[in-house]
Design a protein around this ligand. Structure first.
Ligand SMILES: *Cc1c(COP(=O)(O)O)cnc(C)c1O
Length: 359
């Protein structure tokens, strides 16, 4: 029996995708071997890799002048790869700080360039929010502007894409494919796969072609976007199984009706959970309504001493991984694409029952 998994990452995958992978595990499409045992240069594997890219392009409507790279090292390696690739000609960049992940990104970038940090976090009526762009101090000569669309740990998300005439670079690790996105507004989008795409071990980078020629001279070739683009993300052996499995998730998303359809489902899930939390005296969410994440919903209990009991009973009810990040505590429900509405309903039912018994 499969439980409902609210893990922030590695996160829930669609059951249908895991069943397909299971059915193909020992003998991929009658070839007598697993996809894991194939050369990444074989015709069969290259077709799988190309299909995954084509489906992602379709899902996100990625324009032709963007490369899609399937890399390793997680989003965290991109914290270095981005400045190494983009600060070769002009070593200044703007970094918008809204939480723990954007902070890690800017700390790493500071090793490579002159980083203008924009403190964009604020509080409105006691709730955490993102300052309006009119209050940001963007520089005139930045090579790019970096932000994290969705702060997975804090549960705080941008309501709009920032406006800038500089290349916009965005960490979409926990929000890629959750809602429609105009890729043409970005210079670069990146995401670790293990939140809202597939298994850990794969990182997607979507980069505009005109940004491929401004890397620093000392950049390792494996991190160099132009080399990876020229070699179809196979400068070395890629994460073949994670790439394959992510391709199955893309097929599943297309079957669900694509990003528009999954966005509607995501809104319904988020509304159900936030409405319940707002209606309850026992639970609270710390984020201003306009900046609430539709993917990661942190909440606290009126009696924090009951947190352990809450988690234990949730687990007995097949509701898994609801503890908040170790750095912030409290609870967090990650409700990515693969978490169904029934799972969120089951969570709300449990929360309500728990509150009534412990008020
Ligand atoms: C999880 C996460 C990361 C780090 O991802 P890794 O793949 O573990 O390096 C970076 N940014 C955001 C927004 C995340 O959610």
């Amino acid at each position: 029996m499969r439980a409902y998994n609210f893990c922030a990452g590695p996160a829930a995958l669609p059951t249908a995708v895991l069943e397909k992978a299971q059915a193909e595990m020992l003998d991929w499409q009658g070839k007598g071997l697993s996809i894991m045992e194939m050369s990444h240069r074989s015709k069969d594997y290259v077709a799988v890799a190309e299909k995954a890219e084509a489906d992602l392009r379709k899902l996100m409507n990625i324009p032709d002048n963007y490369k899609v790279l399937f890399l390793q090292g997680g989003a965290s390696l991109q914290f270095s790869a981005i400045p190494l690739n983009l600060l070769g000609k002009n070593s200044k960049a703007d970094y918008i700080h809204t939480g723990i992940w954007s902070e890690k990104a800017l700390k790493e970038a500071q090793r490579y360039g002159d980083i203008n940090v924009i403190e964009a976090g604020t509080a409105v009526d006691g709730k955490l929010a993102i300052k309006d762009q009119s209050e940001w101090n963007l520089s005139d000569d930045a090579a790019y502007v970096h932000y994290a669309d969705n702060e997975t740990i804090g549960g705080i998300q941008f309501a709009n894409i920032p406006e800038t005439d500089k290349p916009l670079v965005a960490d979409f690790s926990s929000s890629i494919l959750s809602a429609p996105l105009d890729v043409s507004k970005f210079g670069l989008i990146y995401a670790g796969a293990q939140k809202n795409i597939g298994p850990a071990g794969l990182t997607i980078v979507i980069v505009r072609e005109d940004l491929l020629d401004q890397s620093k001279a000392e950049i390792p070739s494996i991190l160099k976007y132009s080399s990876q683009a020229k070699n179809d993300s196979m400068v070395n052996t890629p994460s073949t199984y994670a790439w394959y499995l992510s391709g199955l998730v893309f097929e599943w998303l297309l079957e669900q009706g694509g990003v528009d359809a999954i966005y509607k489902a995501n809104l319904a899930k988020a509304e159900l959970l936030y409405n319940y939390i707002d209606s309850s005296d026992f639970y609270a969410n710390p984020i201003a309504v306009a900046n609430r994440s539709i993917m990661n919903v942190p909440f606290t209990l009126a009696k924090p001493e009951l947190e352990k009991q809450f988690l234990q009973e949730a687990e007995q009810n097949n509701l898994l991984n609801l503890a908040g990040h170790r750095s912030v505590g409290g609870m967090r429900a990650s409700i990515y694409n693969a978490v169904p509405l029934e799972g969120v309903q089951a969570l709300v039912n449990f929360m309500d029952d728990f509150a009534k018994r412990n008020a």
